[in-house]
Structure formats: C-alpha cells, structure tokens
Design a protein around this ligand. Structure first.
Ligand SMILES: [Zn+2]
Ligand SMILES: [Zn+2]
Length: 372
C-alpha cells in the first residue's frame, strides 16, 4: 500500500482548450487498485472527441486511455500483478455482468459508467490537484495523460519486459479495436474480401488483422495519400481515394464484381457508413467502431438489408477480451506478423498539444507520449 504520490498530469480545463501540464496528487490506492508509473501513452481520437465535447465529460479533466507503464504499488487484495511488472492499461469492465461472465468484457453492461463517469463508481476521485482541487478522472478507468495513475486491477494487463512500453501503449485501445473487430466480431476468414473505411490507427490495425486472417482482397479507403501508401505496404491489395473518384461503391464493385464480404467503418461519419453498407455483397457484414457525433442517425435501406441478408454490428474496443487480444497482438508482433510499430510517432509528454494537433490533422497515425 502507498499514500498519495506527487505526479504531473495534462489537465483539460475547457472545451477545445490546450492540455496544461500541472502538478497533481495520485492515490492512495484502494485494496483492489494498482498504482502505475506511466512510461508512455497513446493519443486516441476519443480523447480529442472529448476535448471538443462531441462526447461530453465534465471539466477540468484528465483524459488518456492508452497507457503503459510499471506497477509501483498494489492494494491488499490485488493478485494479478506485483510491483515491477510491466503493464498495458485498457478499458475498465465490471467483472460481474452477463457479458463479463462470458468473457466479453468489451461489451460490459457498465462500460459507460466505468469508462466515462469521470470518477470511481462511488463518486470519489483517484487524482486531485496539488492543492486538493477536484479533477475529473478515471477516463476509461485510466486517465493516462499523467506520469502516474491509480487504476482498478481489472484495467491492467501484464506484458513481458522484452518489448518497449512505448510500443505497447496503443494496444490498449486503437490497435486492439481494429484488430479485434476483424478477429472477434467480423470473423474474417481465409479467401474473403475486406474493405476498411479510414486508414488511421484503427483502420490500419484492422487491415493488418485481415491479412493475418487470410483475406485475399484487402481494400483501404482514405482521403490522405500517405496513409494509402502505408496501407499498401502493410498489405492492402487495393486503395481508393474518394478525392480522386468519389464513386467508392462503384470502384469496389468493379474490383470484386458483386461487393465486399466484410467492411469496417472507422470514420464514424454517417455518409461513409451508408456507402460502406452499399458496398457489401450478399450476406456481407459491416462493423462500426466509431461514432463522430452521439446524436447521429443512420439512413440504411431496410429492403436491401433484409433481402441481402446483410449484417451491421456495433463493436466496442474490438469486442472480446482485452487480455486475450493484447497477448495475441504481442505474440504476432514478436513473430513479425503485426508491425504496429510502423503506425507510431513518439513525442515528449511536454509536446502533448503538438501531438494532439498532428493527430487531428492526420499528419501522424498514432502519437505516443513518452513521460520521461
Ligand atoms: Zn481509444
Ligand atoms: Zn461487466
């Protein structure tokens, strides 16, 4: 056990504002919690959606949900990690609902309350300002834009010491979301066709997963030529830039004859999703992993959905279990079959605002902040 520790966090004070590095106090840990010294954290578009409050959260807040680090202290009831362990942090799940009991914690009934409530379930905070000011925390159970975090034991996943934590940090959300969507939910099989809409960190991770699954036609759609080049080098057999030819559905049908078996939207934009649906072949499946605006509605053709025997599925964090996904991703990476390192650009923690800017402009696929 430990008392509160002095730390630095990047605090968001206002909508669309800069992150401000400030001294905070983290802890003490409770019996079922772990104190993690964060070594690296990815920036994900969900952090930026909250910054612009298209997904609202009370401010001031500490965001960040792709943390990786070293366990410094554990509560009395913690059994899965000990001080010194390297861990990747992921979303928090309850461990008690029907989804969790069937080892599907990504679709935990209480996901929203545990990951977006900005406090522990009892309303208390694990972090406060240096003078005791209230800070909204527990983002995805983590709030990893900080040098330290107190997290529930269920939110940390031990990893080996042989891989750099800066490399592993984005596994806890972005990489896992794309790969898990393909493996756990779409269940892409050998010889099938796959199209991903949006070639960012999630989309490119999905693309790599589809290649591992044996998909023989892999199509990437994006507006940024550099991302499409990267997609090609990671296994895309075809790339489409709607700025060159806006008839994306027509191009996919031309490539495949009768549409695509599996499609994944990572943009969250209704028009893109509706196009992805139109590109499906008979019995095709479309997965949705992003939502640009929580009030958005989709306009899908009822008759084509029914008579085409098509499926549209919502996917949180890639579905399944973060623990299983991270183990699989680390194993494939070690064998050279999942080069997620190629998505990453690192920044010092003090450059968080530059990193967020580069993420929003699309200049960088996956920014990772290094705390030291
Ligand atoms: Zn995320
Ligand atoms: Zn649950």
């Amino acid at each position: 056990m430990t008392g509160a520790v002095a730390a630095i966090a990047a605090v968001l004070h206002e909508k669309n504002g800069d992150f401000a590095l400030e001294p905070v106090r983290v802890g003490p840990v409770r019996d079922d919690e772990v104190l993690v010294r964060i070594v690296a954290t990815g920036i994900c578009h969900t952090d930026l959606n909250v910054r612009r409050q298209s997904r609202s959260m009370p401010l001031p807040a500490i965001l960040g949900h792709e943390g990786a680090g070293v366990v410094e202290a554990v509560g009395a009831a913690v059994t899965s990690v000990t001080p010194g362990d390297h861990v990747v942090m992921s979303y928090l799940s309850c461990g008690e609902c029907a989804e969790c009991r069937s080892d599907q914690p990504a679709s935990c009934d209480r996901f929203g309350r545990l990951c977006f409530a900005s406090a522990r379930p009892d309303g208390s905070h694990a972090v406060c300002g240096a003078e005791g000011q209230v800070l909204n925390d527990r983002f995805f159970g983590q709030s990893s834009f900080a040098t330290h975090a107190v997290v529930h034991e269920r939110g940390v996943i031990p990893v080996g010491h042989d891989l750099a934590l800066a490399l592993l940090a984005p596994l806890g959300c972005g990489v896992m979301t794309g790969a898990g969507a393909v493996w756990n939910e779409l269940q892409v099989t050998p010889g099938k066709s796959f199209a991903v809409f949006g070639a960012g960190a999630v989309g490119l991770s999905a693309l790599m997963a589809a290649r591992v699954s044996g998909a023989t036609t892999i199509i990437a759609v994006d507006l940024v030529p550099g991302r499409l080049e990267l997609a090609r080098s990671l296994g895309a057999t075809h790339v489409i830039n709607p700025l060159d030819n806006p008839d994306v559905v027509g191009q996919i049908r031309c490539m495949l004859g009768d549409g695509v078996d599996f499609a994944l939207d990572t943009t969250g934009a209704a028009k893109v999703i509706e196009g992805a649906f139109a590109a499906l072949r008979q019995r095709g499946t479309l997965g949705l992993v992003a939502c640009a605006d929580v009030r958005q509605r989709l306009d899908l053709p009822h008759f084509a959905l029914m008579t085409g025997c098509k499926r549209v599925i919502g996917i949180i964090e890639g579905g399944g279990s973060a623990r299983a996904m991270i183990a699989r991703l680390v194993d494939l990476h070690r064998r050279g079959q999942f080069p997620f390192d190629r998505l990453i650009r690192t920044y010092p923690f003090s450059a968080i605002n530059q990193a967020a800017h580069d993420c929003e402009t699309g200049d960088v696929i996956k920014p990772v902040l290094l705390m030291e």
